[in-house]
Design a protein around this ligand. Sequence first.
Ligand SMILES: NC(=O)C1=CN([C@@H]2O[C@H](COP(=O)(O)OP(=O)(O)OC[C@H]3O[C@@H](n4cnc5c(N)ncnc54)[C@H](OP(=O)(O)O)[C@@H]3O)[C@@H](O)[C@H]2O)C=CC1
Ligand SMILES: O=C1O[C@H](COP(=O)(O)O)[C@@H](O)[C@H](O)[C@H]1O
Length: 524
Amino acid sequence: MSAGLGLSSRSSSLSENYFRSESLSEEKDLESVPETGCLSIIVLGASGDLAKKKTFPALFNLFRQGFLNPDEVHIFGYARTKMSDDALRERIRGYLTPNKGTSSEQSETLSKFLQLVKYVSGSYDSEEGFRLLDKEISEHELAKNSQPGTSRRLFYLALPPSVYPSVCKMIRNYCMNQSHLSGWTRIVVEKPFGKDLSSAEELSSQLGELFDEEQLYRIDHYLGKELVQNLLVLRFANRFFLPLWNRDNIDNIQVVFREDFGTEGRGGYFDEYGIIRDIIQNHLLQVLCLVAMEKPVSLKPEHIRDEKVKFLQSVLPIALEDVVLGQYEGYRDDPTVPDDSNTPTFATVILRIHNERWEGVPFILKAGKALNSRKAEIRVQFKDVPGDIYRCKKQGRNEFVIRLQPSEAMYMKLTVKKPGLEMSTIQSELDLSYRQRYQDVTIPEAYERLILDTIRGDQQHFVRRDELKAAWEIFTPLLHKIDAGEPKSIPYKPGSRGPAEADELLAKAGYVQTHGYVWIPPSL
Ligand SMILES: NC(=O)C1=CN([C@@H]2O[C@H](COP(=O)(O)OP(=O)(O)OC[C@H]3O[C@@H](n4cnc5c(N)ncnc54)[C@H](OP(=O)(O)O)[C@@H]3O)[C@@H](O)[C@H]2O)C=CC1
Ligand SMILES: O=C1O[C@H](COP(=O)(O)O)[C@@H](O)[C@H](O)[C@H]1O
């Protein structure tokens, strides 16, 4: 097994007993603390959708790349569903992508991983189940001769947030590692973290009474995506961008999420939350913070998160004329969705920023389900060239596009001379397409990277409590209005671009769409 995530220059393997060993560790000034205890990863809600599709596959990928040492690691699934260890293994087996190699090597790796997985059944609010879980974990720790106090326990809550408080209480009361020496107990919680400011604050207080902020990892998987992780490097390690990244040069910025499928199978959950809580308030806003925040004092996680909070606090209250909501036709056919639901499955929201760098620049957040394509991207549109002697304005503006998925890429749309004898101009691009440029690199899944960060104790890519509060402060007034029935969601056809009113809002905000130019990801 090779340790090949490309994250560490010194040592990437946990078997070498270091955490926080990223190549930037000196710059980050993070201590490298040797860890000798065994590691138990407990997936609560192991019978669920996220666990099988994301959490276990991420653990398997870390295992096959050498980041989880079988001599130290044990993985426990926990849920109410009654099943055996083998039944859980069978449930997740089909979601674990084999590594390269012969088929016998592949099946050997798979079965070694599955042997690390055990299952404990119990409820989320009873002492009995958690005492049993603790017993199983402790037996594993003893079997590995882990010195008391050195073992590490990572609890991953792949559960509906309604049960977070009771589960955290049970962990606190019955399953804690005795955290002296270098051991620890860490809790990963999934979004949504609340439904609005007050519910999020209540949840934060409940969890805050049980665990220190350093023990809580609020995961937002967009922060684990390769091109999102690249944003600060791009902005602060390149001279190119420093003088351009401001209101003098940039006309507008969009962060866009599109899916070409609806809420199939998740209608009940989705109708309670809607697209703003599901995607915009968390994933897109987190991306936006990294696009727009000021340079942090250093790469220490707290310095980075301080800057994100400052940016969030400079967002002005959202005006209703800066919002367009949509709902795709057929959404209400789902039996779990009420016939009169106004829940948006599409939204365009413009944020306005009150600070020196961004005053007057609209930040357009757009997300939709059941649209004509699946993609997520950041689009930075520059102002027109003053004194345009080539009269190329009609061809479109300079844009810098960061394609988060699919086909990770960064490209700059610019005007060039059309090759040939005539002196005329066309739009073209400088293109850094990852699949072509980094052919030998497998881009890790977001969850892989974030679970590894949790094991290493690096909270940089997790949402801090004050950051969460600031994010809810921005959206709560609008969400309460939508919950009360206004503004209304405009119907749109599945497979379309969403409501035409959204494009009109973009044009009003100053976005100039380029016609006739399409970026095509290069093929190998
Ligand atoms: N699925 C996804 O793609 C994503 C999910 N998330 C978040 O991850 C978390 C888990 O999501 P997901 O796996 O889809 O959820 P599921 O609905 O599949 O729930 C996970 C498990 O929790 C238990 N459970 C379900 N409902 C309840 C309930 N009302 N009370 C107590 N236990 C319950 C069930 O286990 P049992 O009955 O066996 O105890 C179930 O298998 C959620 O917070 C979700 O928002 C975030 C991003 C993407
Ligand atoms: O958190 C969520 O994200 C997924 C989209 O994730 P991606 O990594 O595939 O872009 C979305 O489908 C889901 O509704 C939402 O809860």
